[in-house]
Write a protein that binds this ligand. Structure first.
Ligand code: CA
Length: 536
C-alpha cells in the first residue's frame, strides 16, 4: 500500500483541480484517536498524564505494523490542548509556544512527533484561536494599560452591553482593574481575541507556523471556530468569521500542503455547511454522532442514515468526521446505560460509515463518564489495579467505578471484548477499499429495528446489517433503490472468518429485492457481509 505521505501529496495534487475535493489522505481508511494527555498515562508518578507517558503508550494506538493487529490501528491522534495553561483542560492558553510544564517540554513533544511518525501516526494538536487565558501576558498588559500595544487584541466596553451569549450566558465581564468590561464568550477566564485586528490574525498564523514547522505536527483541530468574529450583533457564524478562517486555512495550506485541519462547529449540519469549501479541511459531524447514539439507544434504525447521507451529498468523505462522543459529552457507555452489546453496535456503525472517524480515548474499552466535565475526562484504564495502570502515584482525578472491568488488560484477553471489536474494525476499515472509501448506499429493511446499508467501491461492496432491537428477528428482508449494486450473482461471505453466508442475485436494474441476509437476526447484533465481485 502507498504510504500516507504519498497519498497526501496525491490528494493535494488532485485538490488543485477539484476545489471541492481538496485535501489530505485522511480519506484512505484512517481513524483518528482523541487523547487527553493529562489522563492518558503518567510517566513520572506525579499523578498527571504527560507526553512521555503518551510516548510509552503509542504502540497501543498504532505499533507501526509490528504486531498481528494487537494495536488499535489509528493513524492519527488529536491531542487536546497541550500549550501552557493554568487550567486542567488547557483551553485557556498562557503561552502558545510552550508545552504545558505538567505535560513535559517542547523537546519531549518533538520526540513524541518523531515516535508517532515512526508508527505512521499523524499528530494533530488542538489550536485554541477564539480566546486566550485571562492570565495570558498580553491580556494582563491590556487590562492594566489601555495604551498597551495589545489593548486592541481584545474587546472592551465602558458600560456593560445587555447582549447575552448563544446559550444565554454572560459574555461581558467586569475588569478587575477599572470600571470597564471585556468580552469572553465562554467565561471571564477566557477573553476572546479580536480577529478584526490584523495583528491578531498574523499571530494566529505565526502560532500555526511554529507548530507545523518547529514542532512537526501534521495539522490542527481548531476549537470553537464559529465564534471568531463578532459582527453586527452576530456572535456566531458571522461573515467575518468565515473570512478569518479562509485567510488562516489558505495560509496553513500554503506553508504545509499536506496538513489537515478540522474545526469544531458544534451545531447542525446545515449550520456547518457554510464552512465549506474554502475554509478548514474538515469539521466534526455532530448530527451523525447524535443519530448513531439515538438509533442504538432507542433501538430504531429509521433516522440513522439521513445525517450521513446529507453530508455525502454535499461533501467529499475526507472532509467530515463522524464520532460517537468527545470530551464535552456524556460517554457512550453511560448514554447506553452500560449495555455492552449496544456499545458494540454503535462502534460498528461509526466505523462502517464514510468520513474520517474519531474515537475519544477510553471509548474503545467502554469507559463510563458523565458531567461535570472532569468526569468525562478521567484517567485511562489500562489494567484492573488500584490506579488502573495510569500512574504509580495518586491520579489527578479519581477513576471511574468501572475500572476493574472496563480496562485494556482485561479486555485484551477476551476476543469478544469491545476493545478487540474496535481493533478489528479500525484495521478492517484501513484495509477494505469499500469501507475505506466506498459510497454509502442506504437500504430499507422490513423491520424498523434493523438498520442496513452498503458501502460500495466499484464492484466491491460490504453489506452492514444491524439489529438494534432487544429481540431476535426472523425473516427480515432488505431492499434497495435501483442501481445499488452491479447486476450479478454474489457469493456472500461473512467478513470475519470469510464463512459463506448464502447467495444474493441482483438483476439488471441493480436493485436488492427482499433479500434475507440471515434467517434470524440475533438481538443487538451487527452483521458485516462481504459481497465479492459478482459472477455474471
Ligand atoms: Ca506526570
Amino acid at each position: 500500500m502507498a504510504s500516507l505521505t504519498s497519498l497526501l501529496i496525491l490528494a493535494n495534487t488532485l485538490g488543485a483541480q477539484l476545489p471541492q475535493a481538496r485535501t489530505s489522505g485522511f480519506n484512505t481508511g484512517s481513524t483518528c484517536y482523541e487523547v487527553f494527555v493529562r489522563s492518558f498515562h503518567d510517566s513520572d508518578g506525579d499523578g498527571i498524564g504527560d507526553i512521555n507517558g503518551l510516548i510509552q503508550k503509542l504502540d497501543y494506538i498504532n505499533d507501526g505494523g509490528r504486531s498481528q493487529k494487537s494495536d488499535l490501528g489509528a493513524r492519527c491522534i488529536w491531542l487536546m490542548p497541550i500549550a501552557e495553561s493554568p487550567s486542567y483542560h488547557g483551553y485557556d492558553v498562557t503561552d502558545y509556544y510552550r508545552v504545558e510544564p505538567d505535560y513535559g517540554t517542547n523537546a519531549d513533544f518533538k520526540r513524541l512527533v518523531a515516535e508517532a511518525h515512526r508508527r505512521d501516526i499523524k499528530v494533530l494538536v488542538d489550536l485554541v484561536l477564539n480566546h486566550a487565558s485571562s492570565e495570558h501576558p498580553f491580556f494582563k498588559e491590556a487590562l492594566r494599560d489601555p495604551r498597551s500595544a495589545h489593548r486592541d487584541w481584545f474587546l472592551w466596553s465602558v458600560s456593560k452591553p445587555a447582549v447575552k451569549g448563544p446559550w444565554s450566558q454572560d459574555v461581558w465581564h467586569r475588569s478587575p482593574v477599572r470600571d470597564e468590561y471585556y468580552y469572553g464568550l465562554f467565561w471571564g477566564g477566557m477573553p476572546d481575541l479580536n480577529y478584526k485586528n490584523a495583528a491578531v490574525r498574523e499571530e494566529a498564523k505565526k502560532v500555526a507556523r511554529f507548530w507545523l514547522r518547529e514542532m512537526g505536527v501534521d495539522g490542527f483541530r481548531v476549537d470553537a471556530i464559529p465564534y471568531l468574529v463578532e459582527q453586527d450583533g452576530k456572535l456566531m457564524h458571522s461573515p467575518g468569521t468565515h473570512a478569518v478562517l479562509r485567510e488562516f486555512a489558505t495560509y496553513v495550506r500554503t506553508i504545509a500542503p499536506g496538513s489537515f485541519t478540522i474545526g469544531e462547529v458544534w451545531d447542525s449540519t446545515s449550520a456547518m455547511l457554510p464552512y465549506y469549501p474554502d475554509q478548514l479541511d474538515a469539521h466534526f459531524a455532530f448530527d451523525v454522532s447524535n443519530a448513531i447514539i439515538e438509533a442504538v439507544r432507542t433501538g430504531s434504525g429509521k433516522k440513522l442514515l439521513e445525517p450521513a447521507m446529507q453530508l455525502q451529498r454535499a461533501l467529499p468523505a475526507n472532509r467530515w468526521a463522524p464520532f460517537l462522543r468527545n470530551h464535552d459529552q456524556t460517554r457512550t457507555m453511560t448514554e447506553l446505560s452500560g449495555n455492552i452489546p449496544r456499545a458494540k453496535i454503535a462502534a460498528t456503525i461509526l466505523l462502517t460509515l464514510p468520513g474520517v472517524p474519531f474515537v475519544y480515548y477510553g471509548e474503545e474499552i467502554g469507559m463510563s463518564g458523565n458531567k461535570p466535565d472532569e468526569r468525562l475526562r478521567t484517567p485511562m484504564q489500562w489494567n484492573p489495579d488500584r490506579s488502573a495502570g495510569f500512574t504509580r502515584g495518586s491520579a489527578w482525578q479519581p477513576l471511574q467505578p468501572d475500572s476493574a472491568t472496563a480496562n485494556v488488560k482485561t479486555q485484551e484477553g477476551d476476543s469478544g471484548s469491545l476493545l478487540n471489536l474496535y481493533r478489528r474494525l479500525i484495521h478492517l476499515r484501513a484495509e477494505n477499499s469499500a469501507l475505506a472509501r466506498g459510497t454509502l448506499v442506504p437500504l430499507t429493511a422490513s423491520n424498523d429495528a434493523v438498520a442496513a446499508y452498503l458501502r460500495r467501491d466499484g464492484n466491491r461492496a460490504v453489506l452492514i446489517v444491524n439489529n438494534l432491537g432487544a429481540s431476535a428477528l426472523s425473516g427480515v428482508t432488505i431492499s434497495s433503490a435501483a442501481g445499488a449494486l452491479p447486476a450479478g450473482r454474489y457469493a456472500v461471505r461473512e467478513i470475519w472468518g470469510r464463512r459463506p453466508a448464502g447467495r444474493l442475485t441482483v438483476g439488471a436494474d441493480g436493485r436488492l429485492r427482499n433479500y434475507v441476509p440471515a434467517p434470524t437476526l440475533a438481538p443487538m447484533q451487527s452483521y458485516l457481509l462481504e459481497l465479492p465481485a459478482p459472477a455474471r
